[in-house]
Design a protein around this ligand. Structure first.
Ligand code: ZN
Length: 180
């Protein structure tokens, strides 16, 4: 993975104390992670970095939005992004280690690449089910596509519909209920 130079925290030259840093990522960043399935988006990350001789405390605060493809209607929808995360960086470790919210760096380290954390935490903040109706943005699935999907399903089941409740999946569920 190529490191984006804009996402490198050069802490070696910083004085002890609090530093407020700002990072912005957009679709170019997400495109470097093809598995993300993010179509578009931008996220602003505010980072409160507190430096002391032994360690760094990193407090991330991210806000933004990404565009995802709906698993149900294949349309694109906006999904808000909001997450906070605190990490501690040990500056006097024997070797590099990344253990959940504790990062260990050897004393020779002068900077820290935070791109992968921004990516991971953004992905973790997204809903597990990528569906328009459930993204919290008020957007609905494309009704025309849903209608067509329902028609196709009915054809496949060779079960002509006469009312709105004839979806074979619902019928199957009802039968299970009656058997109990
Ligand atoms: Zn949808």
């Amino acid at each position: 993975m190529e490191r984006d130079r804009n996402l490198v925290v050069k802490f070696s030259g910083l004085k002890d104390g609090l530093h407020q840093l700002e990072f912005a990522v957009d679709i170019k960043f997400f495109e470097s992670y093809p598995q993300s399935e993010i179509c578009d988006g931008s996220v602003l990350v505010l980072l409160n970095l507190t430096k002391s001789p032994q360690m760094l405390v990193l407090e991330f605060n991210a806000t933004g939005a990404v565009t995802l493809e709906c698993d149900r209607c294949i349309g694109q929808f906006q999904c808000p992004v909001k997450w906070e995360r605190k990490m501690v960086v040990n500056l006097h470790a024997d070797e590099f280690a990344d253990d959940d919210d504790l990062i260990s760096l050897p004393e020779s380290a002068v900077d820290l690449y935070i791109g992968q954390y921004i990516y991971e935490f953004t992905m973790l903040s997204l809903p597990a089910r990528k569906v328009c109706d459930e993204a919290g943005s008020g957007q609905q699935c494309d009704p025309e596509v849903i209608e067509k999907l329902v028609q196709v399903e009915h054809k496949q089941e060779e079960n002509p519909s006469d009312d709105g409740e004839s979806d074979p999946r619902w019928q199957a569920l009802k039968n299970i209920k009656f058997e109990n």
